[in-house]
Design a protein around this ligand. Sequence first.
Ligand code: FAD
Length: 459
Amino acid sequence: MDFLAALARSVGADRVQTGDAIPARHHTDWSGAPPVAPLALVRPRSTEEVSAVLRLCGEYRVSVVPQGGLTGLAGAAVPSADAIALSLDRMNAIESVDATASTVTVQAGATLSAVQEAAAAQGLQFGVDLGARGSCQIGGNLSTNAGGNGVLQFGMMREQTLGLEVVLADGSVLPMLRPMLKNNTGYDLKQFFIGAEGTLGVITRAVLRLYPAPRARATALVALTDFDAALALLGRLQARFPRAVAAFELMWRDFVETSLKWQGLREPFEAVHPLAALIDVVGDDEASLRTALEETLGEAMEAGQAGDAAIAQSQAQVQAFWKIREATAELPVHMHPPINFDVSLPMAEIGRFADACRSAFDARWPGHHSLFFGHVGDSNLHISTDGRSIGGQEAQIEALVYERVAAFGGSVSAEHGIGLHRKPYLSASRTPAELAAMRAIKHALDPLHLLNPGKVFDL
Ligand code: FAD
């Protein structure tokens, strides 16, 4: 029997799509990687079905590309013509929320926003938030160890994870769903699968931590003169609001200007400033939180750290401030295509690194369109350049940026992962000994190299 017939017989023909029946969205992800039609799209409904699919793929030596919401920005979920795409989208149940233990148990195909909403319904919150929340899935968030807006307060996906259920390449299931924070019983196996970009196993379920939802939140937009002022302001805020600075999003002028233009928004301040920070602080009471934020920003202005500041007075104003930052969703629409960087650097170096990159871009591609922005409080800087504005010289701009990342002692991927796009540059951030250890783990867990081959590194 051929593989596709065996697959349909094993999990049911309604779980398997081929040829034109595969929706085009499964051919690529948000990275802009060239689309590729997989051999088949398989959409299982249970862990047992995932296990049966992987067992069969092992038997027939067919590769498997796990797919979540396909919002990844590194090309890690892009299929190949000889592989099946394994979508978790039908396994999207929020199985339970335990309000006493502050945990949620979910299937991997649940969207991030579904988890956030389930937590909110119990007066709790989930620690990870990012712009693709409505489409990205928990399995994808875990496999990329996603970060986003809440990292400053709660850490990345890894820090939210108490337990995982994973199906290995041979179809065996690792039921690591124990919901305890403390569990020192040998290797913490679940950690291998977080950030592994689908190369070590398929995540099917997870137990995640939740936190009490804050009763009050205050949002401010602050104009800044330079990066060192931004760092000083962040330090001041963290001292005044310990563990309660929920967001500190930094946007260079190029980003703010472009965002306003694309979205038809008005300048937030009378004067134009080199940088703006979008700040969220949380607490128990809105009025006292706003007063404390006002005082802190007033002190920062007196100290010359802030040029201007506005505190949102209504929910509409909060949304208006955040809309400026969420222009990232518009990148694929307005850039042709966007070339995205997601680097991390020692925090004190970020400003100098951004200046060094911009000067190098200016010298090589005068008139280029590049945007600089980032989460910064967690060492993360993003750069997006319009490919057309640099004559499509993607490889050249990548080499230029990653050379500087290595020189500044940074990482070529802070949160989006390696996938296909950053594979040539992995060695800028990892030593040969580290890469050898990663390959040894891959050989041990996926000896036939069937799980997402060609992603992260070549074997
Ligand atoms: P996919 O893109 O489908 O897959 C990503 C990787 O995970 C692939 O390697 C895939 O094989 C693997 N995978 C998926 N599901 C599973 C599974 N169940 N088991 C094993 N492997 C699996 N990322 C951030 O970190 N921070 C941000 O702030 C952020 N902002 C974004 C904003 C926008 C507008 C967009 C489009 C993307 C943003 N991203 C951000 C990137 C992206 O949303 C995240 O990487 C997200 O975690 C990917 O989830 P996904 O479900 O879409 O995964």
